[in-house]
Design a protein around this ligand. Structure first.
Ligand SMILES: Cc1ncc(C[n+]2csc(CCOP(=O)(O)OP(=O)(O)O)c2C)c(N)n1
Length: 553
């Protein structure tokens, strides 16, 4: 086989059906090799979008590939890759590189920065494994090593291949690498028995145990096992924003997304009041603790991740998530005779206003979403408001919080899961970054429904600093833009109009932009509470009393 063919065949073995990219000179031999393998690329308008689309595809399929050119392409995608690193997404970045001779002769070729190695060095900071392939003999092993690490750690990897190497014939390794297990399943690990005794003892002694489910459950392919555990134990389940929907949220055991004091009070009370919180696959980022407004008492916390287990204050570094999950599933007597009482299902906010508000949008969506929708929320109030959303599939930048993921991400999502309809929640600020990428959805017959929150401001920043000229956004003609890009658009200003627009979009086979106009001062209750917390912390005087207090809070 040739080097390029080996690479794309390996990716096909791992279940990759498409790549996302923008071709360029140094990457053309890779594009040709890919084409020869029958793998298509979705060509997008800008590399950050390429990274986001491939990241979302990776989150859904276990591996996603961005195929870009040397320097200008790869460097344009650094932030998207950084987010994939922070949020543990198995994204593989593949780029071309100048021919070996050019690299060695120190030629000032185009797209060069300091040296031939610049992009490699930059990517060392944002990926878990890197390979710069300059010799055919090393190609297969290097490709396997990087793919293996990406899958094992669920973090991005980087492969650059000198363009004159791509068509070199190589001997394929005699033994095909078997599909790398997601992580070592260390059931024989030191301390496993002891840890399990302790975990089970605590669960059984507990009066009100609760599962706090995190993103690693999804990233390491453990969702089926986790659901089995939930069904077996009937324990109530809370998730974090980053881990949102690791249990489909229409499941009867789901009690809500925990977000400290900023989130739903019923969920906070249940979790913080529990005498045994079993946190599975939880990273415990600032966002997982409701921006430090939540306190889960360590003495009642069992934390199991792919990096080890801690029970209160002691550690079992070798006892990891898959092993514990499987061991729990094997136990015959974990089932409680009586399911513990759980809080009432997450209440749908009762919103009576006729005009459209952020809370009204969430309430409408909760009445609209089905298990056939995949929600993508961008950074901004839509992410905070999502704490109250009930979705069976949800993707949002719940930790790294870069703007720009949702619209391009919808393209990756619908390619990975053609059976699901993407529904994007995006602020006007984030939309202005890369919302135009929706034109690419049209090119490939994809049909995202984009709910564009038109508040003409950076609301998220306003909660910290108040109204400032540099937070204001001029409204564009988003309906006209949707039509110009080949889709459909509608502007809505009332609950009723929003209700109808969602159904119109649902019935259509076009992409839709629903330009949802809300008041400049309107925010979700979550963002409003975040503002109050921030102001309390910085000692700034609380501006204005909270409006629309609800009994739930
Ligand atoms: C790439 C990137 N640039 C800047 C920021 C800082 N930032 C956080 S929220 C925000 C405003 C978002 O505005 P919009 O999308 O309109 O949503 P809203 O806050 O109004 O809900 C900005 C600029 C960021 N998170 N990511």
């Amino acid at each position: 086989v040739r080097v390029g063919e080996y690479l794309f065949r390996r990716l096909q073995e791992e279940g990759v059906t498409h790549t996302f990219g923008i071709p360029g000179d140094y990457a053309l031999s890779l594009y040709a090799a890919q084409e020869a393998c029958g793998m298509p690329t979705l060509v997008m308008t800008h590399e950050p979008s390429v990274g986001y689309a491939a990241d979302v595809y990776a989150r859904l399929k276990g591996l996603g590939v961005a195929l870009v050119t040397y320097g200008v392409g790869a460097l344009n995608m650094v932030n998207a890759t950084a987010m994939a690193y922070a949020e543990q997404s198995p994204l593989l970045v593949i780029t071309g590189a100048p021919e070996v001779q050019w690299q060695d002769q120190n030629i000032l070729f185009y797209h060069r920065v300091k040296s031939a190695e610049t992009q490699l060095r930059v990517y060392q900071e944002v990926t878990a494994a890197q390979a710069s392939i300059r010799a055919p003999a090393e190609a297969a092993a290097e490709i396997d090593r990087v793919i293996g690490t990406v899958k094992k750690l669920s973090r991005p990897g980087f492969i650059e291949i000198a363009r004159d190497i791509v068509d070199h014939a190589i001997e394929p390794p005699p033994q095909r690498p078997s599909v790398v297990p997601a992580i070592v399943n260390a059931e024989e690990a030191a301390g496993m028995e002891e840890a399990m005794r302790e975990i089970v003892g605590r669960l059984q002694a507990s009066k009100r145990p609760v599962l706090y489910a995190g993103v690693e459950i999804e990233r390491f392919g453990l969702m089926r096992e986790f659901q089995e555990l939930v069904d077996k134990t009937r324990l109530p389940v809370a998730t974090s924003l980053l881990g949102k929907a690791v249990l489909p949220e229409h499941h009867p055991s789901f009690i809500g997304t925990y977000f400290g004091r900023i989130g739903l009070e019923s969920v906070r009370q249940y979790l913080e009041g529990s005498d045994c919180v079993l946190a599975l696959g939880m990273l415990m980022t600032l966002m997982d603790t409701g921006i430090h407004t939540g306190v889960i008492d360590r003495s009642r916390l069992i934390q199991v991740t792919t990096q080890g287990t801690s029970i209160s204050h002691h550690q079992y570094p070798q006892v990891t998530l898959p092993a514990v999950l499987r061991a729990l599933l094997r136990l015959p007597r974990l089932k409680k005779s009586k399911p513990p009482s759980r809080p009432a299902p997450q209440p749908v906010p009762k919103v009576t206003e006729k005009t459209l508000t952020m809370n009204g949008i969430i309430a409408e969506l909760n009445g609209f979403l089905t298990p056939q929708h995949l929600v993508l929320a961008d950074t901004g109030d839509c992410l905070f408001a999502s704490v109250e959303l009930r979705a069976d599939y949800f993707i949002g930048p719940g930790y790294y919080a870069s703007m720009g993921l949702a619209v391009p991400g919808a393209i990756g999502a619908q390619i990975a899961r053609p059976d699901l309809r993407p529904l994007v929640l995006v602020g006007d600020g984030a939309f202005k970054m890369d919302g135009i990428e929706v034109a690419t959805a049209r090119d490939y017959g994809l049909t995202p429904i984009i709910v564009l929150i038109n508040n003409r401001t950076y609301a998220t920043l306003k909660v910290s600093l108040g109204d400032r000229p540099y937070f204001r956004l001029r409204p564009w003609d988003y309906v006209g833009l949707a039509q110009a890009l080949g889709g459909q658009g509608v502007q809505v200003r009332t609950r009723e109009e929003f209700h109808r627009a969602l159904r119109l979009a649902e019935a259509s086979t076009d992409f839709w932009i629903i330009d949802a106009v809300i008041d400049e001062k309107d925010t979700s209750l979550t963002l409003q509470k975040l503002g109050e917390e921030l102001q309390a912390k910085t000692g700034r005087k609380e501006k204005g009393k909270r409006e629309g207090k609800r009994s739930d809070r």
